[in-house]
Structures are given as C-alpha cells and as structure tokens.
Design a protein around this ligand. Structure first.
Ligand code: 4NP
Length: 147
C-alpha cells in the first residue's frame, strides 16, 4: 500500500523538510510532503545551513518549498508527523470534526534515542544532531510502515 505522509514543524525550513528529504531517500514508494504550522517562510527553500548539512549526507533538499499546514491536510494524508509538542498542539487545533487521521511525534519512532522531540536547529544550530535524530526516527518509521 502507498502511504501518504506529511511532516510538520514550525517554519517548514529546517526540521520538516529535512525529515521529508531523509524519508524520501530511505523509504521508497510513499507520497510525502512537509508543512509549517506558521506562515513565516511560505515559498522559501529549506534554510541554507540545513540544506548544507543534509547535502553532506547525500540528501538533496533544494527542490522543497515551505507552505503552511492547513485543515485540508488531514484529508490528504494517512499520517501526520510533528517534531515537537507545540507542533502537535497546533496541528490538532485544525483537525476537522470526525477526522481520525493519526498525528504522531517523529521521535515516537526512535524510542532508543530517549528524545521526546526534535530540538529546533534554527535555534540550537546543531543541524547534524537534528539530522542524526531524524535519520534514526525515519528508520523506525519505515519499519513501522512495513509492519
Ligand atoms: P523549523 O525551524 O520549524 O524546524 O523550520 C524554524 C525556522 C524558522 C523559524 C522558527 C523555526 N523562525 O522563527 O523564523
């Protein structure tokens, strides 16, 4: 079965495009997109330092463009994956009545890391640390989808 998966963060220029880029490189035959709960960076490509850190691992994010998460996304995707608790709260605030699309935290798929969210590298500047966590969680998410 083809899965439709949406990755969501705050700005849609660091964490969620990185998650989308890693996921599409590692997990074949899925439809993916990413979005931000804010509209601050609509139309922008992923943040330069995030693109550079990803490119160093062979992950090309250059075609991605930021957009804002919207209620209709609950109908477009089978699974919505947020990066931190604030993302989840802002996603859930737009859930249409009667919709039961699962919304999960990316780090749920990497329990071995002990992380309960993906720290925002826009603020921490730890782009490689974010990518390490994203890689671990994407591996777990891929296994979950195959199960
Ligand atoms: P992201 O990081 O949510 O991982 O894309 C951010 C990028 C930009 C801003 C906040 C978070 N900002 O405040 O502009």
């Amino acid at each position: 079965m083809t899965h439709r998966i949406l990755f969501v963060c705050l700005g849609n220029i660091c964490r969620s495009p990185a998650a989308e880029g890693v996921f599409r490189a590692r997990v074949p035959d899925c439809q993916t997109d990413s979005a931000g709960t804010s509209g601050w960076h609509i139309g922008e490509p992923p943040y330069g330092p995030m693109q550079a850190a990803a490119r160093a691992r062979g992950i090309d994010l250059s075609d991605l463009r930021a957009r804002q998460f919207e209620a209709e996304d609950f109908n477009r995707f089978d699974l919505i994956v947020g990066m931190d608790a604030e993302n989840i709260k802002n996603i859930e605030a737009l859930r249409p009545a009667g919709n039961d699309t699962p919304v999960r935290m990316l780090t749920d798929f990497a329990p071995q890391t002990g992380a309960d969210h993906v720290p925002d590298p826009y603020y921490t500047r730890d782009f490689d640390g974010a990518l390490d966590l994203i890689e671990a969680a994407v591996a777990g998410l891929g296994a979950y989808l195959r199960a």
